[in-house]
Design a protein around this ligand. Structure first.
Ligand code: SAM
Length: 357
């Protein structure tokens, strides 16, 4: 099986290379409005942003930054297929502008924008990164009433284009091969994720202009889970704020196609380095997923529960009929031509470390 991955280094407010209704799933994390590290980027895309910040007009700056993002959301609405899902990881911002400290609720703005573009709002996920920083309440004091709550979560907003679910052929092989396990369903489809750590925001060298920058990347596990929750093998996944390409890497190890838009080409070498190690990571992730399943089934059986179904492609049991055709692939090799990658995948063979039966 082959998949294609294309990266376009340009502003995603114009995705005219993509046909309308051509994308199956969109996963992204945009620059967060009112987080200082993105001020200059928003100012470069709209002159009025700098003026609003200089005038300490936080409310206008917030609205103007979302107008910049809205242009991209408009394009996402055009290119996504009807019934296709859009997942947006976004954090709210807290900031003191002039004398006023306040919350800028980015997730509310993004949600309104998607609704205005004809999307249906689906239940969303709170991503609470595990942290045990002793300094998190620093400066909040012990006296009421003017201490502030510490923000320790981000949102993963989920929308569907239009009010009709995606139509699929009744016997779609890819759909059955794309099944997730029963116990994964129970973990992934809960509304609070507390088991995914954030990515350390290391400083990377930008090869083009020799400056240094932070990546603001999300962890691979995040798009990997969302891709497996909301798309099928061979689907096409779009990330209009591609960054270091985490969404494409997750698409590659999930045997999906991907398209990324990014205005800063400075992370391309970092992406190539990660791609060079992706085959081994793919093997590790697959093994880990299947080992966890075998462990789960073993302890499930120990609790004297009957397991009726056997996987068709692997030597283990599954809880439900829908999981029977579960199938993983692994990257075999890849070629690159001008920011386009073609990957060859083969069926993943699994030897369980635990004796099954
Ligand atoms: C939060 S980062 C995305 C990080 C990414 N999820 C990852 O794991 O590396 C947002 C990215 O969007 C890019 N960006 C911002 N505005 C853009 C636009 N209009 N078109 C394309 N890329 C844009 C920024 O350069 C930045 O790399």
């Amino acid at each position: 099986m082959k998949t294609n991955h294309t990266i376009l280094f340009k502003d995603s407010s114009d995705m005219s290379e993509l046909q309308s209704n051509s994308i199956d799933l969109m996963i992204t994390s945009p620059p967060y409005p009112m987080i200082e590290m993105w001020d200059s980027l928003f100012a470069s895309l709209n002159d009025d942003v700098k003026q609003a910040l200089d005038e300490e007009d936080g409310r206008s700056a917030f609205n103007l930054m979302h107008e910049v993002l809205d242009k991209v959301w408009g394009e996402v609405a055009r290119v996504l297929k009807f019934g296709g899902i859009a997942c947006i990881n976004i954090g709210d911002a807290t900031r003191k502008i002039g004398k006023n400290f306040q919350l800028y609720p980015n997730h509310v703005k993004v949600s309104n924008s998607f609704q205005n573009n004809g999307f249906i709002v689906l239940p969303s996920i709170l991503w609470r990164k595990p942290t045990n920083s002793p300094n998190k309440f620093l400066g909040s004091g012990m006296l009421p009433p003017n201490a502030y709550v510490t923000l320790e979560h981000e949102h993963i907003l989920i929308f569907r284009k239009g009010d009709i679910k995606r139509k699929l052929p009744t016997k779609s092989e890819n759909r059955y091969n794309s099944a997730f396990f029963w116990e994964e369903r129970n973990k992934w489809f809960t509304d609070v994720w507390e088991d995914i750590k954030g990515v350390s925001q290391k400083i990377y060298k930008n090869n083009q202009n020799k400056t240094r920058q932070r990546s603001a990347a999300f962890p691979l596990e995040l798009p990997y889970r969302l891709i497996n929750m909301f798309s099928l093998i061979e689907d096409t996944i779009l990330d209009p704020f591609w960054g270091t390409g985490t969404t494409s890497l997750a698409a590659m190890i999930s045997t999906r196609n991907s398209i990324g838009y990014e205005i800063n080409s400075g992370f391309m070498n970092l992406f190539r380095t990660k791609l060079g190690k992706l085959k081994q990571l793919n093997i590790d992730i697959n093994n880990n997923r299947l080992d966890q399943h075998v462990d789960f089934i073993t302890s499930y059986k120990k609790r004297l529960k009957e397991v009726k179904y056997t996987a068709a492609h692997y030597k283990f049991h599954v809880i439900t009929k829908q999981e029977i055709d579960f199938l993983l692939y692994v990257i075999n090799n890849y070629t690159e031509k001008k920011n386009k990658f073609i990957l060859d995948h083969q069926k993943f063979e699994y030897e369980s470390k635990v004796k099954t039966d």
